[in-house]
Every structure is written in C-alpha cells, then in structure tokens.
Design a protein around this ligand. Structure first.
Ligand SMILES: C[S@@+](CC[C@H](N)C(=O)[O-])C[C@H]1O[C@@H](n2cnc3c(N)ncnc32)[C@H](O)[C@@H]1O
Length: 415
C-alpha cells in the first residue's frame, strides 16, 4: 500500500469500439470463442465448443516425436524444452550453416544446449535471460555442454556470450558482442516465451495458482513493481483494464470490485488470498471452465502487467528481425492467445513495413517438410502461415507444452 501509481504499459491495441472474435486454444482439441462487443469494453464469452478436428490437424506438428530428445530433461527434473525437435528443424538447413545464434530466453538452456550440439559449425552463441536464477542455471548447463563440445572440436572454439538482460535490448547486445555480426546479422534467433518450470514451481515467485506465495510475479526480481502493488494501489479503472485486456476475463468487473473492497481490509498479500477472492467472485466448481480457469486468467493478467510483457515482446520482435542476417530465421514460441496474436501481427507488419531498410525482391524458398504455407513480403517470408503446435505424443509427455505455438519468420536473402 501507499505506492504511487505510475502508468508503465500503454493499453494493449485492442479496440473496444469494434466487434471482433478470436479463439483461444485451451487444450488439445478445445477452443473458447470469445466475442467482444459494445464500446463499454465489456467482454461477453460465447459458448465454448471444441476446435474442429480439421483445424487441430492442420496446425499439429507432423514431425515424428522423438522421446529421446527430451528424456534427459524429463529425468533430471529441469525445464523440458517445448517443440524441441521442431525448433531444431527450423535451424537445420541444407546449404546454410548456422554460424551465429541468439537464444533470447535461455531458461534452463534446453533449446540452447540442443542447438549447440546439433551445430558444430556454430561460432558465436549469445544467450539472454531476464531472470537471475534462470541465467545462472543456463550458464551451468552451457559450461557442461561447451566442455564436451570443445573437447570434440579442438580446431575451432565457440565464442559464448550470456547476458542477464531483457530481450527487448537485443540490438545493443548484439552490437556490443561483435561489430561484424552486428552489421552482417545473426543466422538464427529463438524466443521461447512464457515461464520456465523453475519459475512456476517456486512458490516464492508468486506465479503459480497452485502454491501459496507472495504476490510478486516479477521475472526480474530487481524490478520495482510487484503484483501486490497493482492489486493494492493502482486506480480501480486500471485494475479493471488489466483483467479485461490481459486476462480476457469476462467476470472482470466483479473481481475488480472485490479487489477494491479487499483494500479496506488491508489489501491482498498472498496468492491464496487472491485465489480465495476469485473463488468468491465466481462461485461454482473449480473445474476446467470454473473459477480455477478464471484464477489462471487473473494471474496471467497480473504477470503481463508486472513485466510489461506484451510491449516488450512487440519491441523485441522488431529488434530481433533487425539483427538477422539476410536469409536468417527468427523462431518464436508463444503460450497464450494474446502473445500469439502479437507475434502473428508483428510478423506481418515486419515483412511489409515501409520505414527503414530497402526491400529486396528475391523470394524466399523453403522446401522443408514442416514449411507448409508461406506468406511472402517485401522484407521477409513468414514460413508458418499457420503456427506449428505440439504433437499429441509431446502433449502426453509434457502437459506444459499445451497451448504452445511456433511461428517462424525468415529475412529475405541477399540478391
Ligand atoms: C519458457 S522459459 C525458456 C526455456 C528454455 N527455452 C529452455 O529450453 O530451457 C522462458 C524464459 O524466458 C525468460 N524471459 C521472459 N521474459 C523475458 C524477457 N523480456 N527478456 C529475457 N528473458 C525473458 C524467463 O525468465 C524464462 O527463463
């Protein structure tokens, strides 16, 4: 209590004067169709119905799932990298070596380690993470991998640079690493959004609806804003906007009123207090569409606001594209519909943008198996007109991959 409200994130670009419909994939074969209507910004959720089988099949990865690729992560209890085989395929290109690579979200370095192992030609690896715990864990993992890799290839050392930084700073980080790759560009960039298992499983971080902990939710523990600051001191309308826009929560008004009421009793300070508040606002069973689902949306909304996630993502996508070499690829894995919509729209904006850079006419060619439908633009090609989603086998082994969507953008090759 007693903290000043400082507006930090511009409202998400959702128009409340127009009527529009979108889908959120909530489980393997389900979707919720949400309709926003009216200029008052009051979302109305229509009936939930399963996603047609044909649509599910169109986005599902057709790559044969290789359990061995993730066995090691499953057995040692660290974060299990999502869509690992699919990501490896994106950067495994005939006739085009991967000499430089940036992992914007190292986490436990699952994707990074596998990329390094799969690409003996890799010369420069840059890894980022905003979370000091993940940063440390990733570096331990990279030490192990690099010791083995170096022993195997004595002829050429891999230069590795890791930074405890926000991925929205990727431009200046790449510049700082090497003037040459800053001007020529990097061959591959990966962003695996969302939270790692280490973050979700640590109750003290306040990310999980399942474990009681402080209302923190900061990816960067040095940042000043926590979830409890928003709940206990931000203006009522701002709290409502966050629930509505970042949580896509139809019951937002009732929850907002309860949050305001809680302030008179000393405010909310633990995730269990927030959970109880949501339960009392919703009533009914906890099940898939019950109050637990609402609680998940409320937690998502707060996390997005605390970490300014959507603005950070949009900025980072433009910056990452600028850092790519001609013909280089940017792969992004998102975990909820707000993120995915930003990735999808920003990719379209990027390939057709007017300002800066000169268009190269040459079309991109992608004959790889996973690349089904493309969208060509002046500056690049979207190689995944529809996103790639995990196979049923991956979903069976790793529940956390549900809802993941992989989108890939390739910069136009040099003439
Ligand atoms: C899903 S995990 C990545 C897991 C990783 N790919 C692996 O295989 O172990 C996402 C990571 O991104 C980090 N992160 C989230 N937002 C970030 C940002 N804006 N800048 C840098 N890292 C960020 C989180 O701290 C977390 O460690």
């Amino acid at each position: 209590m007693g903290r000043l409200f400082i507006p930090r994130a511009a409202p998400l670009a959702l128009s409340h004067t127009k009527l529009f419909t979108f889908r959120t994939t909530t489980a393997a074969a389900r979707a919720t169709t949400t309709t926003y209507a009216s200029s008052k910004g009051s979302p109305r959720r229509s009936v939930s119905r399963p996603l047609p089988d044909s649509l599910v099949r169109r986005t599902r990865s057709t790559r044969e799932f290789n359990e061995e690729e993730i066995e090691h992560f499953l057995s040692n209890g660290t974060h299990v990298p999502v869509l690992l085989g699919e990501v490896l395929d994106v950067f495994d290109r005939r006739g085009r070596p991967l000499r430089s690579f940036v992992d914007c979200t190292m986490g436990a370095a699952g994707h990074s380690s596998s990329i390094i192992r799969a690409h003996p030609e890799l010369e420069i690896f840059i890894g980022l993470d905003i979370d000091p715990v993940a940063y440390k864990m990733a570096n331990v993992q990279l030490d192990l991998i690099l010791n083995n890799v170096e022993a195997e290839r004595k002829d050429r050392a891999l230069q590795r640079y890791t930074y405890l930084r926000n991925f929205r700073d990727i431009r200046s980080i790449v510049r700082q690493v090497d003037a040459n790759i800053s001007s020529d560009g990097v061959d591959g960039i990966l962003m695996d959004l969302g939270m790692s298992s280490m973050q979700v499983n640590n109750a003290e971080r306040g990310f999980s609806v399942l474990n009681d902990g402080p209302l923190d939710m900061r990816m960067n523990p040095l940042a000043s804003l926590k979830a409890e600051d928003i709940l206990n001191s931000w203006p009522e309308a701002e709290v409502g906007r966050i629930l509505r826009e970042y949580g896509e929560e139809s019951n937002w008004r009732k929850i907002q009123t309860k949050i305001m009421k809680a302030r008179t009793g000393g405010g909310l300070h633990s995730t269990n207090e927030l959970l109880n508040l949501v339960r009392s606002a919703c009533g009914g069973p906890a099940g898939r569409q019950g109050w637990m689902k609402t609680a998940t949306r409320v937690f998502q909304a707060l996390r997005i606001a605390v970490n300014d996630e959507l603005n950070s993502l949009r900025d980072a996508l433009f910056a990452a594209f600028d850092c790519l070499a001609h013909g280089g690829r940017l792969a992004v894995i998102s975990f909820h519909s707000l993120e995915d919509r930003i990735v999808k729209q920003t990719f379209l904006d990027i390939i057709n943008r007017e300002e800066g850079g000169s268009p190269v006419k040459k079309k991109n060619d992608c004959e790889e198996e996973w690349c089904k439908q493309k969208i060509d633009g002046k500056f690049g090609t979207i190689l995944t007109k529809r996103p790639i989603t995990p196979s049923t086998d991956e979903e069976k082994l790793n529940r956390r991959c549900r809802g993941a969507k992989l989108r890939v953008l390739q910069k136009v090759p040099q003439e």
